[in-house]
Design a protein around this ligand. Structure first.
Ligand SMILES: Nc1ncnc2c1ncn2[C@@H]1O[C@H](COP(=O)(O)OP(=O)(O)O)[C@@H](O)[C@H]1O
Ligand SMILES: [Mg+2]
Length: 414
């Protein structure tokens, strides 16, 4: 891929176009401001009213939530003026950014990596050819076509091709559950069914420059029990033992090679099953769940700023290889019902390892059964001096921060 074209209007550091900001993408704007890099940003209708106008020269509003709407808004922004760097924030922005990067010769993951990453069936099809360990799978136009396949391989997982946050991902345990899911999801259209991999789950966050890994972190994940696998905690700076290290590295490098990954942030999820590490999925965008904050605290640098530098071709200082602290994000839970009170917030915040408590729900709000990430009620970020102290802090937060709920069915208002 060629380097960025030089824009006569750009300053020394160039100009950045950020695709998608929301709340979690704001640190990119802060990082650009620190670097003195002017930014334009493409923002969704949903986040429009809270756009931080002081942090960008210009915002482009995206009407509608489809990938095509983002493509249109980005095309509009780059037709007005070509930026020197372009960053996609979340999943719906990846393709819009990659199309513009390809068109303008800007640094990015590559159009190939972006397209493949956007579709789980495309990932499975491509990665199989590169020997990446994956679950056995079947891609069908309608779930009924997978009935016999599922019955032969129970337990299995059913998932949509292009959603995220565990939305629509479920474990199917036995023959009765196969019949139930085939009936319930009969009208859904294409799905992927996969052999269920049993084992602990991890993710890998990496910064890649021209295909070379310049920084990497492993995160250990805690999810809800089957059937829905909603993420409940992420612990950064995980070290694998010597036996697991080589196969994990083979998996991550195999995925980069299969993607043809060029430059940017990669977030890859895998489980370690009986036969070693097995790929769940890969994304070429900012990881969710405030993971960049936790990664940054763990290694003592600003991951967002490093991404801005990579996208503009600015020098990236040597990045740390060892944790300096041990950070985690944890997501408080409560049984379904109506929140009566949230207790212990100030107490949790006073713990020396607790960096922040950010809750999206409060008294009177409804807690729904936890079937996807979007139903979680907020997060707590912790950073401790050792893994043991981190465990103590997580235990303290879980015991102290209590969401008191009137269970569904017993509340007079429902
Ligand atoms: N084949 C599988 N075997 C076991 N668990 C799986 C499998 N596929 C997905 N999961 C679980 O479901 C979660 C969500 O699935 P994933 O493919 O990552 O979709 P999403 O894009 O919604 O995150 C995974 O992180 C993992 O915990
Ligand atoms: Mg996932």
């Amino acid at each position: 891929m060629t380097g960025p074209r030089s824009s006569p209007k750009a300053r020394d550091g160039g100009e950045l176009l950020l695709v998608g900001v929301g709340t979690m993408g704001r640190p990119y704007l802060d990082a650009a401001a620190r670097l003195g890099v002017p930014v334009r940003a493409v923002e969704s209708e949903a986040a429009w009213n809270s756009r931080p106008a002081e942090l960008a020269q210009r915002f482009y509003r995206v009407r509608g939530g489809r990938e095509e709407d983002w493509v249109g808004a980005v095309a509009h922004a780059v037709a007005e003026r070509a930026p020197d760097g372009l960053i996609a924030f979340a999943e719906p922005h990846v393709l819009a950014a990659a199309l513009a990067q390809e068109r303008l010769g800007l640094r990015g993951p590559s159009l190939h990596a972006a397209v493949v990453s956007r579709n789980k069936a495309l990932q499975r099809a491509t990665f199989g050819a590169y020997g990446v360990p994956q679950p056995e799978y079947l891609h069908v136009g309608r779930i009924a076509e997978a009935r016999d396949w599922m019955l032969d391989r129970l337990p299995v997982v059913v998932k949509p091709l292009t959603l995220s946050g565990s939305e629509g991902v479920e474990l199917v345990k036995d023959a009765a559950a196969v019949d139930e899911v085939v009936a319930r999801r009969a009208d859904e259209g294409e799905v992927l069914v996969e052999e269920a991999v049993d084992g602990p789950e991890f993710s890998w966050e990496a910064l890649v420059r021209d295909g070379e890994v310049v920084f990497e972190n492993h995160t250990a994940k805690e999810t809800t029990r089957p059937p829905h696998f909603v993420e409940l905690a992420h612990r950064c700076g995980h070290r694998f033992d010597s036996e697991a290290e080589a196969p994990v590295q083979a998996l991550t490098t195999g995925v980069l090679r299969a993607l043809g990954m060029r430059t940017g942030l990669v977030h890859l999820e895998f489980k370690v099953g009986r036969r070693g590490p097995v790929l769940m999925e890969v994304a070429v965008r900012t990881p969710g769940d405030y993971l960049p904050d936790a990664v940054g605290l763990t290694y003592g640098f600003d991951l967002y700023e490093a991404v801005v530098r990579l996208s503009l071709g600015l020098p990236v200082p040597a990045l740390p290889r060892q944790p300096v602290r041990y950070a985690a994000t944890v997501f408080p839970t409560a049984p379904p019902g109506t929140i009566r009170a949230i207790e212990g917030e100030a107490e949790a915040l006073a713990h020396p390892a607790v960096v922040r408590v950010r809750l999206r729900k409060g008294p009177g709000d409804t807690v729904r059964p936890l079937t996807s990430s979007s139903q979680r009620m907020g997060h707590v970020l912790v950073a401790a001096d050792s893994p043991t102290e981190r465990e103590d802090a997580l235990k303290f937060v879980r015991e102290t921060l209590r969401v008191v709920v009137t269970p569904t069915g017993t509340d007079s208002r429902t």
